[in-house]
Design a protein around this ligand. Structure first.
Ligand code: ADP
Ligand code: ZN
Ligand code: MG
Length: 482
């Protein structure tokens, strides 16, 4: 980016809470293809019905607030946000306006120079989702109300983000936290996490905020980054050409990779917020808050630091291993069987993750128990098998449920560590390739690799490669100097 300017970004993130039932009625929140199945007079907003607040949804927002250092207000209020849209049969959405459940927290991300950077949160509030319009052919649209009344939290940041990359990291962090807490599945592509991005630019060093635009319809982490990059460039070009920025709402078009104006400030909604008359103020006692606090899981940042400090693995490894809780759990499970922390990390990041990606499955669906991976690592370190053979054993384990020692025995894979036996193998190879021996004698020492390969192949990969190397070198040097 042009160093004359600085970007200023604030995000509004909606997370769909994974409660079993909706926020104000007993309808199921389960995703179902058939439209208008999970509905009732309450979530459809029939006259005369009364909402009843879902306690689990409140518990979830308290969890989130505590996890991101917010103040949990003892009293908070619901408000009606009125607007007309066909996907909102009630004509208003129950949300929170003044005094939400959570205020003034922060989330830590890595800044430009890998330093910890705090992104302040303005608030987190509870609200209900709207339905979904399905636009059909011949100019007709259909309403699916299954989503009406599904609980959401909205997380509003202060304008503390300074680049599209920071916005990306911030979102990833939110995903990680809600997944650790088990309050939302965090899937942006499926709409469980949604983000509106507010962005402005200002001259570097300037304190005053510039006029912002808001980009909607961002349905992937990469799109948030791309849309912000695109919009920052557009704003810089305008200002450089002497124009000023107009406050407006933009819609990101994924196919065209550009944003189009949706509405300007003049057309901005007036939501006519007023206190929701059908719900009492929400009271959260100190005891309840403490109960929830005591049950919080270890959060990603803490786990990350602990992995680095206790297991002495590189920051890079710790970042990947703690990126999701099931991966971190699997890692901790492996290292309850082996003390080789770094090898455990490598196996998980390379072999196991490779297999998971290839087969598009999650670690929860992975069939090899952590114990077997731990054993495999120790077998390598004890010299029982080579690391190459270990990969074969790993492949076998993917196909059957056997323990590594069973497979090693069944296929006779124990490493050949006897120097005499290895020497015999080497002798036979040297005899078989007199030309290559001659090359070595005349100084072409590269053929050593050729011999190592042949010996390994002859031993079906079982010979201890280090011993093969050593003994081969000795023998060849003897020949050379004889
Ligand atoms: P609005 O009244 O348009 O909803 P808010 O002040 O409520 O605006 O802020 C909404 C979001 O926009 C917040 O995440 C906030 O950090 C961000 N924001 C506010 N002003 C700016 C600005 N000038 N540039 C970038 N982001 C901003
Ligand atoms: Zn309902
Ligand atoms: Mg606002």
């Amino acid at each position: 980016m042009d160093h004359k300017y600085e970007a200023v970004i604030g995000l509004e993130v909606h997370a769909q809470l994974s409660t079993k039932t909706k926020i104000f009625c007993g309808c199921s929140t389960a995703f179902i293809k058939e439209p208008n199945v999970n509905i009732c007079p309450i979530c459809l907003g029939h006259p005369g019905v009364l909402p009843v607040l879902n306690k689990i949804a409140v518990e979830y927002i308290i969890k989130m607030g505590l996890a991101v250092n917010c103040r949990i207000n003892q009293n908070s209020y619901f408000a009606r946000k009125s607007y007309f849209y066909p996907d909102l049969p009630k004509g208003y959405q129950i949300s929170q306006y003044e005094l939400p459940v959570c205020e003034e927290g922060f989330i830590t991300i890595k800044g430009k120079n890998n330093e910890n950077k705090k992104i302040r949160l303005t608030r987190i509030h509870l609200e209900e989702d709207a339905g979904k319009l399905i636009h059909g052919s011949n100019n007709s649209s259909y309403l699916d109300a299954n989503r009406c009344g599904i609980p959401l939290i909205e997380i509003v940041s202060e304008p503390d983000l300074r680049s599209p990359d920071e916005a990306y990291q911030y979102l990833k962090k939110i995903k990680q936290i809600v997944q650790y807490l088990g309050i939302c599945d965090g899937n942006m592509e499926e709409g469980s996490l949604r983000c509106d991005a507010n962005v402005s630019i200002r001259k570097s060093g300037e304190k005053k905020l510039g006029t912002k635009t808001e980009i909607k319809n961002l349905n992937s982490f990469r799109n948030v980054e791309r849309a912000l990059t695109w919009e920052i460039e557009r704003q810089i070009d305008l200002v450089d050409d002497g124009y000023s920025i107009t406050q407006e709402t933009l819609l990101w078009n994924d196919d065209l990779q550009e944003a189009v104006s949706m509405r300007s400030k003049e057309e901005a909604h007036d939501y006519k917020y007023f206190p929701e008359p059908d719900l009492p103020p929400l009271f959260i006692s100190e005891e309840w808050k403490k109960e929830i606090f005591d049950l919080l899981p270890e959060l990603p940042d803490v786990k990350y630091e602990r992995f680095i400090n206790d297991f002495k693995i590189p920051e890079y490894d710790a970042g990947i291993l703690t990126s999701s809780k099931p991966i971190a759990d699997y890692y901790e499970s492996i290292i309850s069987y082996t003390k080789d922390y770094k090898s455990a990390s490598n196996w998980l990041m390379v072999n196991i993750s490779g297999y998971l990606n290839e087969n598009k499955i999650s670690i929860n669906e992975f069939i090899i128990p952590a114990k077997s991976i731990g054993k495999l690592i120790d077998f390598i370190n004890e010299g029982k098998i080579s690391s190459k053979i270990a990969k074969d054993v790993f492949d076998f384990m993917l196909k059957n449920n056997k323990e590594p020692e069973e497979i090693i025995k069944e296929y006779n894979l124990v490493q050949l560590n006897n120097p005499d036996e290895i020497a015999v193998l080497i002798e036979s190879i040297l005899e078989a390739y007199p030309n290559e021996v001659m090359q070595y004698r005349t100084g072409k020492e590269k053929v050593l690799g050729f011999f190592v390969g042949k010996v390994m192949k002859e031993s079906k990969g079982k010979a201890n490669p280090q011993l093969v190397n050593e003994i081969l070198k000795n023998k060849l040097n003897l020949i050379k100097h004889s």
